[in-house]
Design a protein around this ligand. Structure first.
Ligand SMILES: O=C(CSC(=O)[C@H](Cc1ccccc1)CC(F)(F)F)c1ccccc1
Ligand SMILES: [Zn+2]
Length: 154
């Protein structure tokens, strides 16, 4: 896998709605997912979205891990969500200072739903519907905003 350049705030691709993936089994899509993962890990992120590596596609990666600001964040296997749809968000919300690889050296307090129900394709093409809460739910909402062309604003 390759570490790819990360689009920074001001790049038009970050303000566009990304396109649905038509064939998750396409080798180019599989390579993109591998490259997104390598790029996120190299940048020490807990998530990344395809537009951030200049691919206007509806692919996000979520990879929560404990960190100094969020020591009780769950440690999880990095998960790729293809064509994610948020089916439901809880009325209950929480506030947290988010970072963004596309907005370096910035923390923005963001209010997000505490729980959400998501339907997505795994990288193997399995259709899955899962409920998430807490930090993982937050990361999904942050990455989902990226494929909708929405950035956190300093
Ligand atoms: O600042 C970072 C890295 S910024 C980051 O990982 C973004 C994801 C994210 C961080 C914090 C809350 C929600 C989402 C990745 C992005 F920009 F590609 F989406 C961070 C790492 C661990 C916990 C909290 C913050
Ligand atoms: Zn971001």
């Amino acid at each position: 896998p390759h570490i790819l350049p990360i689009a920074k705030r001001g790049e038009p691709i970050l303000q566009q709605r990304a396109h649905t993936v038509s064939n998750v089994h396409d080798p180019a899509i599989q390579q993109l997912i591998d490259n997104m993962l390598a790029t996120m890990l190299a940048a020490n992120g807990v998530g990344i979205a395809a537009p951030q590596v200049f691919s206007p596609l509806r692919i996000i990666i979520v990879a929560s891990r404990p960190n100094q600001r969020y020591p009780d964040a769950p440690l999880m296997e990095p998960l790729a969500l293809v064509n994610p749809e948020i089916l439901w968000r809880s009325a209950e919300t929480s506030l947290y200072d988010e970072g963004c690889l596309s907005v370096p050296d910035t923390r923005v307090p963001m209010e997000r739903a505490e729980q959400l129900q998501v339907r997505y394709l795994t990288r193997d093409g399995q259709a899955v519907e899962t409920r998430y809460h807490g930090f993982i739910a937050r990361i999904i909402q942050h990455e989902y905003d990226h494929i909708e062309g929405i950035l956190i604003q300093p």
